[in-house]
Design a protein around this ligand. Structure first.
Ligand code: PGA
Length: 253
């Protein structure tokens, strides 16, 4: 089964020239039929990266955005709608990342509206869920309950078949593991991936793991059938390291 490796560049790199350099290096990575690579840069770089992708025929790397708004158009200063993204050839959108929930005070209700419009307009949604450290410290069932509530609220009113198609992706990214170097125990991540699949109904849904993934630990996650790939932050900003991650995923049978 093809694994998905999504690079979340967050607010990086600092200039367009560096973004182009990084994207060219990533796009040169040899495609493998076992791995789909999606690069999610800041909005402002998407158009240029889409041009490079088309011009240099690097179609094996898909593009994703890191957010989207819940209205298609109108008087919503600074917001970007799903059709605008689709018109640039963007396929994926990350919704509900914990950094947006934290710094921008995004609520489950806002996330729910974003998912609905993004799905309607044909974007493939990567919904991020994950518990904070205080919840994890209470144990596995507290963490599962937290995730269950997030899924319920974020996916409220979205038909089961829409929730479960393979292009709907859930990224399990525990907050305490993001950017901390403290990655989750792969067995616990597998348990959570299976829990998410059970909760949402069908096994066709993709579940990624996110949180301090690097070339040394990626294999420990994707070796499991229930973990369909990874959301990679920091390690996706170094082309050499990202290339090793992809090579290690490609090795998995
Ligand atoms: P990280 O980010 O790889 O830098 O920990 C992961 C994420 O944002 O999900």
């Amino acid at each position: 089964m093809t694994k998905l490796i999504a690079a979340n560049w967050k607010e990086n790199p600092r200039t367009e020239a560096r973004a182009l350099e990084l994207f060219r290096a990533v796009a040169k990575i040899k495609p493998s039929k076992n791995v789909e690579v999606a690069v999610c840069p800041p909005f402002i770089y998407l158009e240029r990266l889409a041009e490079v992708r088309g011009r240099e025929k690097r179609h094996h790397v898909t593009l994703g955005a890191q957010d989207v708004f819940w209205e298609e158009k109108g008087a919503y200063t600074s917001e970007v709608g799903p059709k605008m993204l689709r018109s640039l050839g963007v396929e994926y959108v990350i919704i509900g990342h914990s950094e947006r929930r934290r710094w921008l005070k995004e609520t489950n209700a806002m996330i729910n509206k974003k998912i609905k419009l993004a799905l309607r307009d044909g974007l493939r949604v990567i919904l991020c869920v994950g518990e904070p450290l205080a919840v994890r410290k209470k144990g596995e069932s507290a963490a599962k309950n937290f995730i269950k509530t997030q899924l319920k609220k974020d996916l409220s009113g979205i038909a089961r078949e829409k929730r479960n198609a393979r292009e709907r992706v859930i990224a399990y990214a525990p907050i305490w593991a993001i950017g901390t170097g403290r990655h989750d125990d792969p067995k616990d991540a597998r348990e959570m991936a299976e829990f998410i699949k059970r909760k949402l109904g069908r096994p066709t849904l993709m579940v990624l793991y996110g949180g301090s993934v690097n070339s040394r630990n990626i294999g420990d996650y994707v070796q499991y059938k229930s973990i369909d790939g990874a959301l990679v932050g920091g390690a996706s900003l170094k082309a050499g390291e990202f290339k090793k991650i992809i090579a290690n995923v490609a090795k998995i049978k």
